[in-house]
Design a protein around this ligand. Structure first.
Ligand SMILES: Cc1cc2nc3c(=O)[nH]c(=O)nc-3n(C[C@H](O)[C@H](O)[C@H](O)COP(=O)(O)OP(=O)(O)OC[C@H]3O[C@@H](n4cnc5c(N)ncnc54)[C@H](O)[C@@H]3O)c2cc1C
Length: 294
């Protein structure tokens, strides 16, 4: 709560480019008010201090009546789907070993039978992350699908920004960073206006705007906030989370991966229970997992 309050005052301090009276009141859940739409072009950018992840889709398991499984213990649909797929391989629906779903999936991980985890897909809306984070995220190919906000179509004069974790909390660094971000966004606005003039002979206004924005975005910083929908199967989520929550990962994506890991541990505990979150020597959280790349 204290963090949220600090973040709101941060955003209000950002004197750019219109007075706060014209700016939509941020929600108490800063940094997550709807920011880009449908507000007018001139307004304060928001400074994101952490990512926001929202689950858009999760498995809905529909058990076939002719192949019922003797389920034991608590489980979510994603977990049941993976167990069903695993049991089909050996036609062990009767559950002769009397395993709970979570014990069964523990054994799946131990045996390295990770392909059964590929049946469970989770789609997540990711907001409050920087373009540099998504540049790293989309390197994860196998088992993933992505749809990201287009800087060619979307007006980035209303873009928000993500403060790098290493800068947060140091007044001098924060001020210097904000000045650069403000300057870059002003340059973007100027460039778009001038390019719209330069290409005024292009009759199709939508195309002209796209030409202007796609060139002007070159001056926007890596810290520009973006939104992306990412869909991954559980095996792919595990691989990405292992790499990106480790101590060697870049700080923003590491923070994102820890948020994602906690989310996945809620969605499908058995499939992520071997991840251990700990505080590393750099005093930030990291995670390690029991069964590497199953
Ligand atoms: C700490 C860190 C630093 C990094 N630094 C850099 C850097 O400096 N420069 C840079 O370019 N990248 C860098 N990366 C990105 C890295 O090289 C990978 O692109 C990224 O981690 C995705 O990993 P992946 O290819 O294993 O994932 P995915 O593409 O999701 O693949 C998952 C797994 O599937 C298998 N697989 C996928 N595609 C193929 C294929 N075509 N052939 C065979 N097997 C395949 C592999 O087993 C692979 O590990 C860094 C990553 C991390 C975590």
């Amino acid at each position: 709560m204290a963090r949220a309050a600090a973040a709101i005052s941060y955003q209000l301090q950002f004197q750019f480019p219109v007075p706060s009276s014209q700016f939509p009141v941020p929600s108490s859940r800063f940094p997550f008010p709807v920011s880009r739409f449908p507000f007018p072009v001139s307004r304060f950018p928001l400074i994101y201090l952490e990512p926001r992840l929202t689950v858009l889709s999760r498995p809905a398991f529909a058990e076939p009546a002719h192949l019922p499984v003797n389920w034991l213990g608590d489980s979510t649909d994603g977990e049941r789907l993976a167990e069903f797929a695993g049991r089909l391989c050996y036609m062990s629906q009767r559950n002769p070993a009397n395993r709970t779903t979570r014990d069964y999936l523990e054994n799946i991980k131990k045996q390295g039978h990770g392909s059964v985890l590929e049946h469970a897909n989770y789609s997540v809306l990711i907001e409050g992350v920087s373009r540099s984070l998504t540049h790293e995220l989309v390197r994860h190919r196998a088992g993933w699908a992505y749809s990201q906000l287009s800087q060619r179509y979307v007006d980035e004069s209303v873009a928000d920004f993500v403060m790098p974790p290493a800068i947060i909390g140091d007044d001098t660094l924060e001020t210097a960073w904000k000045a650069q971000v403000e300057s870059a966004q002003k340059s973007y606005v100027t460039l778009v206006e001038e390019l719209m003039q330069r290409y005024s002979w292009v009759a199709d206004k939508v195309h002209r705007r796209k030409m202007a924005r796609e060139a002007a975005r070159a001056v926007l910083p890596n810290a520009t906030e973006t939104k992306i929908v990412a869909t991954g199967n559980v095996r792919a989520w595990r691989t990405m989370l292992e790499l990106r929550s480790s101590e060697g990962a870049e700080m923003e994506i590491r923070r994102f991966a820890l948020t994602g890991l906690r989310l996945m541990q809620q969605e499908a505990p058995a499939m992520f229970s071997d991840f251990e979150i700990y505080v590393a020597e750099d005093r930030k959280e990291a995670a390690r997992l029991g069964y590497h790349k199953i």
